[in-house]
Design a binder for this molecule. Structure first.
Ligand code: PLP
Length: 369
């Protein structure tokens, strides 16, 4: 039996009637970009997250880019971010003309290590971008201390952790901007691309809202240069349906993660993911670490048995070809990050994963060690 890493149909098909009704409503309205569906979704997500302003946008990548633009970050500026992340974090910094400066991550949580960020600060540093990776918060207490010490703006890349909590606050709400993704593999997975930007600051919200639509206000008057970062009405309507089921999706992921944590404990050579104190983990990924250079062999063994698994992420940002011209990153410069890239493997944890399929994953891993 094949066990996929993710099965989006297992989530979408049971609510097909609700999704069809949302589609019919948008079709009948003839209103396809922004409008009432987007406003309703923004109000629901703001309430769910405990955020003052929620701004629907075209993708998680565009949410990051828009946050950076609204903060006025550009040419000559530097923004600190972890090297162990998805490309969009660093790519957006570079697209503004600013320079991404890569720092280390913690091996146990995979999240940014603020003690290593100290060495990255220069007089050009304008912001820091923690990433709440795999479903749990970065250390936001350390983040706030670091940001206020150096007078930096903070953007939380929350693409993978919408609704995860840190000290009972939702990730993405403790800083200038939180950015979210609704790419289909995310915990709130859309039927296409979509994203969200949140802020507690009225002025930043106003700027970002204008920049989302070419900096236009009123119509055809442009106070600033923005872009087309608008969210489709259809995507907002479909996401609004899925948001009403989100608590179930989260519970499913948490139950599956708890099952792995129980069944895979004490295997020599395998390190299970940990949840930091004060965090509620929502498990966008269940990422194990395989020691002794055996990660690729385990991956191959799982693939051979029809079990979906993936390496998030095989090449850290500081070793990407497109960033080769940046700071002199000698091999071993970011040793923990480089080691993580050699050790990590994500296994199926999606909410609808049937228990008998999860048992197949557990047995295959146990047999390997
Ligand atoms: C950490 C992180 N940041 C940003 C993004 C970008 O989101 P999107 O794919 O919606 O543009 C993703 C997801 O792909 C992500 O995992």
């Amino acid at each position: 039996m094949n066990v996929p890493l993710l099965d989006v149909n297992a989530q979408n098909h049971p609510i097909a009637d609700e999704l069809r009704a949302a589609f019919e409503r948008v079709l009948a309205s003839g209103y396809f970009i922004m409008g009432a569906e987007v406003e309703k979704f923004e109000a629901s997500t703001a309430e769910y997250l405990g955020a003052k302003h929620a701004i629907g946008v075209s993708s998680g990548t565009d949410a990051i880019l828009l946050a950076l633009m609204a903060l006025g970050i550009g040419q000559g500026d530097e923004v600190i971010c972890p090297s162990f992340t998805f490309f969009a974090t660093a790519g957006c910094i570079a697209r503004t003309g600013a320079t991404p400066v890569f720092c280390e991550s913690h091996a146990d949580t995979f999240n940014i290590d603020f003690s290593s960020a100290e060495a990255c600060v220069t007089e050009r540093t304008k912001a820091v971008m923690p990433v709440h990776l795999f479903g749990q918060s970065a250390d936001m207490k350390a983040c706030q201390a670091f940001a206020s010490k150096h007078d930096l703006a903070v953007i939380e890349d929350t693409a993978q952790s919408m609704g995860a909590r840190y000290d009972s606050k939702c990730c993405g709400t403790a800083s200038d901007f939180g950015t979210y993704s609704f790419f289909p593999s995310k915990n709130l997975g859309g039927l296409g691309d979509g994203g969200l930007l949140v802020t507690q600051d009225d002025e930043l919200a106003d700027t970002a809202t204008k920049m989302r639509n070419h900096g236009m206000h009123p119509r055809y008057y442009h106070q600033m240069v923005g872009g087309n970062f608008r969210l489709d009405a259809l995507q907002a309507a479909l996401l609004s349906v899925k948001l009403t089921h989100y608590a179930d999706y989260t519970r499913g992921r948490q139950q599956n993660a708890a099952y792995y944590l129980e069944k895979l404990q004490d295997l020599p050579g395998l390190i299970l993911p940990t949840t930091a104190d004060g965090n509620e983990h929502i498990w966008n990924q269940f990422t194990i670490r395989v020691l002794d250079g055996k990660r690729d062999a385990l991956k191959q063994a799982l693939v051979d048995q029809g079990i979906g698994c993936e390496i998030y992420y095989p090449v850290p940002m500081h070793q990407q070809q497109c960033f080769a011209h940046l700071a002199p990153h000698a091999k071993g410069n970011l040793a923990v990050t480089e080691q993580l890239a050699q050790q990590v493997l994500s296994i199926p944890v999606y909410p609808e994963l049937p228990r008998d399929q999860q048992d197949i994953v557990v047995s295959a891993i146990k047999n390997f060690f």
